[in-house]
Design a protein around this ligand. Structure first.
Ligand code: GRG
Length: 293
């Protein structure tokens, strides 16, 4: 195992422990709901957002722990996946290599599981930073803005209602910046906020997240168009089937690969502009461009 993989593994382990601590036990009533929440969380995923948050926090010195915020961002992300998979949205049967929540537990339960994960995200933040009210306020502001109607939900709304209708290149960027990049920026910014980053550094982290988030989405679209369902743990060609406005559909495969490269290099430039060397973040950013899932 090389140093990068070992560090990635260490962040994953910290994330898993934080998520386990954040969720009620399946023995707590209603056990079915808590078991279903754990099913969605424990099915894994890359844990990209908590890894970005923890790694950014670790650039700074002493300070409050980042684990509650790492759990919060992954709980919120997982809610968005549970709802995105619902029959009224993408109607997807598989996520992270397992049957989706509505397939496993029924549609009504899946809606409630998503609602409960979203709510748990804010409660883990409130409990985790109760002794640091000024930091808590900043974290709540960052997370609720990234998850709200002018970001994650706004991007998902336009993506959903405008599927199968012609849109402009700007509209496509709006969707991706909000549906995907906002939560990636929030992960970096929250890591910085916990570490005590000043305003210019928070701006750099936010901009880095926008480029990285767009790159991540372009690669996600390329994987859907050209990847393998077993490696991805979800069906491929789903975007074409759902008539989704994707980067490859709009600009073609080779222009999309080029765009992913340009955006990755912009993200790396911003990484170099941070006040501290960030070798792990740099390696992660490079890795994401070439990921297979
Ligand atoms: C329902 C409000 C609401 C939002 C849904 C996340 C999302 C918005 C939709 C998922 C569909 C999709 C392909 C989004 C763009 C890229 C993305 C966010 C992929 C999923 O994130 P990963 O790859 O997933 O980090 P894992 O499973 O690794 O956590």
């Amino acid at each position: 195992m090389n140093a990068f993989t070992a560090t990635l593994e260490a962040y994953r382990n910290r994330t898993e422990a934080a998520l386990d601590a954040a969720l009620p036990s399946p023995d707590t009533r209603p056990g079915g709901l808590h078991a279903a929440m754990r099913y969605c969380i424990e099915s894994g995923g890359k844990r990209l957002r908590p890894t970005l948050l923890l790694a950014t926090r670790d650039l700074f010195g002493e300070g409050p722990p980042a684990e509650p915020a790492a759990a919060a961002i992954e709980l919120l992300h997982t809610y968005s996946l549970v709802h995105d998979d619902l029959p009224c949205m993408d109607n997807s049967p598989l996520r992270r290599g397992r049957p989706t929540a509505h397939v496993r537990f029924g549609e009504a339960a899946a809606v409630l599981v998503g609602d409960a994960l979203l709510t748990a995200a804010f409660s883990v933040l409130a409990n985790g930073y109760a002794s640091e009210p000024a930091l808590l306020a900043r974290l709540l502001q960052t997370l609720s803005t990234a998850a709200g109607s002018e970001a994650l939900i706004g991007g998902q709304f336009e993506d959903t209602i405008r599927a199968n209708t012609p849109i402009s290149a700007d509209d496509l960027d709006y969707i991706h910046l909000n549906k995907t990049a906002a939560m990636i920026s929030a992960s970096l910014v929250m890591g910085g906020q916990i570490g005590g980053a000043d305003e210019p550094t928070q701006h750099t982290l936010n901009a880095l997240g926008r480029h990285l988030g767009l790159a991540f989405q372009v690669v996600d679209d390329l994987l859907d168009a050209t990847g393998d369902a077993t490696t991805l743990g979800k069906p491929v060609q789903a975007d074409a089937e759902n008539q989704k406005n994707t980067y490859p559909r709009f600009h073609g495969l080779s222009a999309s690969r080029l765009r992913a490269r340009e955006l990755t290099s912009l993200a790396l430039q911003l990484c170099h502009a941070l006040p501290f060397p960030a070798p792990f973040l740099e390696a992660l950013i490079q890795n994401l461009e070439h990921r297979a899932h």
